[in-house]
Design a binder for this molecule. Structure first.
Ligand code: ASP
Ligand code: MG
Length: 373
């Protein structure tokens, strides 16, 4: 079996959902499909919450827009015989559950601790809605992710309850999988209180990895709107190229170094379980994508990435990291950019520099080490 995760853009429009249907339809073994909210919806949920808290009824217009968007997509992608049921669910959920919470915040002075809980419930709504549509579109068996993705409180934050989650995933889906199961990314429950929580922005990738790892999937596929991991952020380096293969450690270093294509906690569970992980483009399924597994990239330098005031260069193990660091420092110093190495893994080195120099440093590093940029 495989786990296929589709991100916000992949489930965000009629055209993209029809691609999703095609991709899932090609599978011959059971698949578990993990979905994000429709692109942009999570941000809208957060901004509607702020408006409601500010007693600003402008959220109602966004809510109506949100309903219209979901309903339009239902008409386009859900087979006729299931449309009524899907519309009723989505309509009721938006007006009663989501709308009810927003009205409550707008019309009352709700105590802060309850507001905190309600924020988490509201931000969960996007995945509930998208998963209902995808389930109906695919004629799939639905699974409610908070039933098996559990968090606990640590230092005032919701963190994954790793052991419980793995056990619950196996209990829920460990035997006799139907052809297609659909579940929500991102959303979870607190193991102690059963209240709504989540795995953090971008957390759907992490949900998919947890499921793939717990079940020992043959593969995890993360379907997104870019071809895979690129050798640098293409907004900074337009010539950045696709990295066709990365080891788990290389992928982890790129994610920790700031690569946005995959949510950074995602790699650890698949690395521990040894699950081959593909990052692929829903809009260009024929493009090869990036395969993350036991083998390193073919290139001596896989990629350059940045976060805040750091730049990370990810290489092959044994690819003379010291020499590469040296080459890089010389290239940047020629451009009056000062930097110092701050940390290192067996295959990467991270430098600190002035924040304003970061984009230029990435360009120069890409050019010096990958020959383009
Ligand atoms: N919908 C959530 C977000 O926008 C989770 C995700 O897309 O992975 O952050
Ligand atoms: Mg994402």
């Amino acid at each position: 079996m495989k786990v296929l995760k589709f991100g916000g853009t992949s489930v965000g429009s009629t055209a993209s959902l029809l691609k999703v249907k095609e991709i899932v339809g090609r599978e011959t073994e059971p698949v578990i499909v993990v979905v994000s909210a429709l692109g942009g919806v999570t941000n809208q949920l957060l901004s509607m919450t702020e408006q409601a808290l500010g007693k600003d009824s402008a959220y109602e217009a966004t809510l109506a827009q949100l309903e219209e968007r979901h309903m339009g997509i239902i008409s386009d992608v859900v087979p006729g015989e299931r449309q009524q049921e899907c519309r009723e669910f989505v309509g009721e959920f938006i007006s009663m559950s989501l709308g009810g919470m927003l009205r409550m915040l707008c019309l009352n002075d709700v105590p802060a601790d309850i507001v905190a809980d309600m924020r988490k419930s509201i931000v969960s709504c996007g995945e509930i809605l998208s998963s209902a549509i995808v389930t109906m579109m695919l004629g799939a068996v639905p699974r409610y992710a908070p039933g098996f993705i559990k968090t606990r409180r640590r230092d005032g934050e919701d963190v994954l309850d790793k052991e419980q989650t793995a056990g619950l995933i196996r209990k829920e889906m460990g035997s006799q999988l139907p052809a297609v199961t659909v579940t929500q990314g991102f959303i979870s429950h607190d193991a102690a209180t059963d209240k709504d929580t989540n795995l953090g922005r971008g957390g759907s990738d992490f949900t998919a990895a947890l499921i793939a790892a717990a079940l020992g999937a043959d593969a995890l596929e993360i379907w997104t709107d870019v071809d895979g991991f690129l050798s640098a952020d293409p907004r900074v380096v337009p010539e950045a190229r696709l990295i066709s293969r990365l080891s788990f450690a290389q992928a982890e270093d790129l994610c920790n170094g700031g690569a946005k294509v995959v949510y950074y906690p995602t790699i650890a569970p698949v690395r521990e379980a040894g699950i081959p992980t593909w990052v692929k483009n829903t809009f260009r399924p024929e493009s090869l994508g990036t395969l993350i597994g036991n083998e390193m990239s073919d290139e001596a330098v896989a990629g350059v990435t940045s976060k805040d005031d750091t730049v990370t260069v990810v290489t092959r193990t044994g690819a003379h990291l010291a020499g590469i660091a040296d080459q890089l420092m010389r290239a940047l110093m020629a451009d009056d950019i000062a930097l110092c190495p701050v940390s290192r893994t067996p295959q990467s080195v991270t430098f600190r520099l002035m924040h304003d120099d970061v984009a230029q440093a990435v360009r120069l590093a890409h050019k010096a080490l990958l020959g383009q940029g």
